[in-house]
Design a protein around this ligand. Sequence first.
Ligand SMILES: *Cc1c(COP(=O)(O)O)cnc(C)c1O
Length: 394
Amino acid sequence: MINRERVARASALDWIGAELEAIEALDLRRVVVNIDSPPGPEVVVEGRRFLLLGSNNYLDLARHPEVVAGAGQAAAEFGAGAGASRLLSGATPVHVQLERELAALVGAETALIFSSGYLANVSTIQALVGDRDAIFSDELNHASIIDGCRLSGAEVHVYAHANVEVLEAALISTRARRKLMVSDSVFSMEGDSAPLVELVDLARRHGAMLMIDESHAIGVLGSQGGGLTAALGLAGRIDVVMGTVSKALGSAGGFIAGSEALIDYLRHRARGFVFDTAPAPPAVGAALAALAVMRREPERRLHLLARTDRLRSALAADGIALLAGEAAIVPLVIGEPQAAVEVAAKVRARGVIAPAIRPPSVPAGTSRLRLTVSAGFTELQVDHAVNVMIEALT
Ligand SMILES: *Cc1c(COP(=O)(O)O)cnc(C)c1O
């Protein structure tokens, strides 16, 4: 009886094999590399060392001794897991302190942390708008924003990348009850920045809420690492600031910062807060320690930008076309998925991991290597990576 059920179940999933073959045929098969080390500049894979140009651990804080100790200390004091949603089992002092420090970092009244940035985006967008409302979303926004838009049930206007004229026309065209404009600040696969000054102005003139995702700008831009809004002197002018502590801060989790009223409302209506177990204390303790290191060592941010600039200029000097950007993402667009995979395999054989990014992560025809370095890279490591890339491409 049990056996027959097993057989039936196995055959009900048969379609997956065909689906995987179709993915393979399009050169879109993805493989997870097993690494035996932290995500530093060098990682160990099957006993061999590789330079990793694919991590968002921008400030190299994920393996920093103080950050690791911060995780350990929070675990010792408050446990390995939070046990429940904060609405059920409360907030520990580290949760409260992290929210206070993140709000201060981005110049907002207060903040709310979530288990991930993905969850923060999905839950917040869904909480802010519904089926009588409209969202205006950049076509290159992160998948978590796209998913939040879909889940909200609102009418979604996807506008051409960073195009404020198209955006304004859409804002004028709608009769929706509430309007929500949403954009990455630094785009995750392009590395360029949103026209933030214009977005703030448009939001004000059209009575729209403005939500900005600072995932790739926190710790990277702004003199204190407060993001693009801080760098442009717009702190406090954005209704909803979203950020993640999974990237430059080297831990795990996401947050929303804004007014007391916004955050209080999200505690009632953001399903990823209400129905999700609170972030684990070790992740929260690590994030607090990372913020402390970041405040004390602003040179980390400068190292990151200098190493990124070295990578960018050396590739460009060799005639390799890159997308422009001020942040820490260096995209080298190749085109078809197969070609991108081939270059990635070539550099991998020479000891450099530079992941090929293919659809649906980027639009069709723009498969690319997305290169990132961190504050932990030496100039020699950057130069070595550049040489390997140039050999593979020429
Ligand atoms: C990574 C990322 C997220 C999701 O953050 P996680 O903490 O990794 O879940 C959201 N938005 C953007 C732009 C990102 O790059």
